[in-house]
Design a protein around this ligand. Structure first.
Ligand SMILES: C[S@@+](CC[C@H](N)C(=O)[O-])C[C@H]1O[C@@H](n2cnc3c(N)ncnc32)[C@H](O)[C@@H]1O
Length: 251
């Protein structure tokens, strides 16, 4: 199992063992391999199989304005307050999957400050899903939470597809990045990390929270999801300001 995880590029020790075992057994059945050794040998020689495994291990479910109430809070309270403190914002959407999350933020920012060019970084460990993000083409299900006015303004409907407009695409930079092993950029005003750490061990999560603290500027905000629970926020230097939003306390 360790060899397979190594081949995938994911650090096994940072993931909950039982969950990984369950997904690997399912992958084994799906890709019709008799045993892990046989599977590992195929992975070493076949980059397509390797990328299929990656897709399987990293669950990519996402949609625009996921948990709409949180995005309303972001638009009404969190972002206006951050905009009041800086000319341009630096925002990082971690584990951004097919781009739905950073594009949702780009849409909100375009509504709030159309004249300002902010920096929005979307990163994910899975290269295949980042291509979906760069293409910016979505299904009706992906955009079901987008308000009709915003849907008409920021998407072009072509048949069954919804293409995000170029003006919004240009606002987001996508990069491959492994949260568990790559260095983090710094001086962010907002870090969004939602539904990414579901399989991470407590120790790995703790290290990631420490990394986010370093990556945020003082007064910057961390926006997490239901799977990221920050039990002892103050121990990491964060203060709860609204459900799922934490401010980095000034150093
Ligand atoms: C369920 S999606 C969440 C997408 C989006 N944040 C949302 O809430 O809708 C989880 C994403 O985290 C990514 N991911 C998992 N482990 C990661 C890691 N170690 N580094 C970076 N991204 C990771 C997966 O590839 C996947 O695209």
């Amino acid at each position: 199992m360790a060899k397979i995880m190594k081949a995938s590029g994911l650090d096994l020790s940072c993931y909950k063992k039982k969950q990984v075992q369950r997904r690997l057994s399912a992958a084994l059945a799906k890709f019709r391999h008799a045993n892990l050794y046989d599977y590992w040998r195929t992975l070493k020689e076949d980059p397509i199989m390797l990328s299929e495994l990656m897709d399987f291990l990293t669950i990519n479910v996402s949609n625009f304005f996921r948990n709409i109430g949180r995005f309303d809070d972001l638009q009404t309270n969190i972002l206006p307050e951050l905009i009041g403190t800086r000319k341009t914002l630096r925002i990082w959407s971690v584990g951004c999957s097919g781009g739905q999350e950073p594009y949702s933020i780009a849409i909100i920012l375009n509504e709030l400050t159309p004249e300002i060019r902010h920096y929005i970084l979307g990163t994910d460990v899975n290269r295949t899903i980042l291509q979906v993000a760069r293409d910016g083409i979505y299904t009706e299900d992906d955009v079901k939470e987008v308000k009709p006015l915003l849907l008409a303004k920021y998407f072009v409907k072509q048949g069954d597809e919804f293409r995000v407009r170029r003006s919004i695409k240009q606002m987001v930079t996508f990069e491959t990045h492994n949260l568990l092993s790559d260095p983090y950029e710094t001086n962010f005003d907002l870090i969004v990390c939602r539904n990414v750490m579901i399989y991470f061990t407590d120790e790995a999560k703790s290290n990631v929270f420490k990394g986010f603290y370093q990556s945020l500027r003082p007064g910057g905000v961390l926006f997490i999801g239901g799977t990221e629970t920050l039990m002892t926020a103050s121990a990491y230097g964060f203060q709860l300001i609204s459900p799922f939003f934490y401010r980095k306390v000034y150093e």
